[in-house]
Design a protein around this ligand. Structure first.
Ligand code: AMP
Ligand code: FES
Ligand code: ZN
Length: 305
């Protein structure tokens, strides 16, 4: 197969775009998709101080590299979750990558906050993934605000967004359907949040990381086996195989026509500062993270008896 642009040997075939590219033309295509995604949704400007959340996976490492190449002012932030083996490998991948690319990096350890994920898992009686998500969102936002960043970027790709949209649709969760977007505007104590890879599939971000020789952290989280999103992603993959291009059409159609239709359902939550830590919350007194912290402390006291 030949590259559509320069007619050299193609290395990446993209069925959804009914095309194939050589290495150079694919990397150009990837960069164009990122800038189109940013400009069409007004995600970033070159004046922004961008904090990029780095998990150590292909998406977030590819994202910070591409944003830096496009001249954005980027700093990485890695949250060390304190999960034996897995967190250490993820952190090493992020630190080695940022050192190699001369990218500034902040690292925060949840263990220092008394919230290492294995400890939280032992203390809570509900699935750890949702609590872990709450804790990660809290610290990503907190560090962005405390350190004066204007925007927080995450590595969510088209497959992540489509799986979330599919999940919201299956539940007809009209409040989330009214809000879901690659851009969450700054509000109260929440920094603006953006997903610049929203036009790119998981296959495309993996090809980008491979062609740019990025050493990523592969291992999935040991606690996330059977997560419902992987079932939804599998379904969307099958659909895409039979109907190439359907994923991006579905998501773009949602942004143009679906989301506005649910705009009135997107409740504006009444926020006030958490009585313990000052973080914005819609809960009566303590925010979700302070409540988790209390449960962890209670568990620790019981275990000590
Ligand atoms: P996930 O929910 O694991 O698919 O991650 C989605 C995005 O959240 C990643 O692309 C990162 O931008 C961010 N993220 C996930 N885990 C971490 C972490 N431990 N530290 C910093 N950012 C993270
Ligand atoms: Fe949070 Fe696995 S990454 S529970
Ligand atoms: Zn709090």
């Amino acid at each position: 197969m030949k590259c559509r642009i320069c007619k050299r040997e193609a290395r990446v075939a993209l069925k959804s775009h009914n095309t194939a590219f050589c290495e150079t033309c694919f990397l150009d295509f990837f960069g164009r998709q990122v800038s189109r995604g940013i400009e069409s949704q007004g995600l970033l400007t070159h004046d922004d101080r961008v904090l990029v959340a780095l998990s150590g996976g292909k998406d977030s490492l590819g994202l910070i590299l591409e944003l830096a190449r496009q001249g954005y002012q980027v700093t990485g932030l890695h949250l060390d979750l304190g999960i034996p083996k897995s967190s250490q490998l993820a952190r090493e991948a992020v630190e080695a990558f940022c050192a190699q690319e001369h990218l500034p990096l902040l690292v925060r350890e949840l263990a220092r906050e008394g919230l290492a994920i294995p400890r939280v898992k032992a203390a809570l009686r509900r699935p750890i993934c949702s609590a872990c998500g709450i804790i990660k969102r809290y610290y990503l936002n907190k560090v962005a605000i405390d350190e004066g960043f204007t925007v927080l970027a995450t590595g969510h790709n088209l497959d992540d967004e489509v799986a979330r949209l599919f999940s919201n649709t299956l539940r007809w969760d009209t409040c989330y359907l009214g809000k879901q977007s690659p851009l969450l505007a700054q509000e109260g104590g929440f920094v603006r949040k953006v997903k610049p890879l929203w036009r790119l599939t998981e296959y495309e971000t993996a090809a980008y990381a491979f062609l740019r020789n990025i050493n990523i952290h592969y291992a999935p989280c040991p606690y996330s086996a059977g997560a419902s999103f992987s079932v939804l992603k599998g379904l969307m993959q099958r659909l895409e195989r039979h109907m190439p291009g359907r994923k991006i059409d579905f998501y773009q159609g949602f942004l143009k026509r679906g989301r506005p239709a649910f705009a009135n359902d997107a409740r504006q939550e009444l926020l006030h500062p958490c009585s313990q830590c000052g973080y914005p919350t819609s809960a009566e007194s303590l925010c979700q993270v302070c409540r988790i912290r209390e449960q962890v402390a209670e568990y620790g006291e019981k275990a000590a008896l």
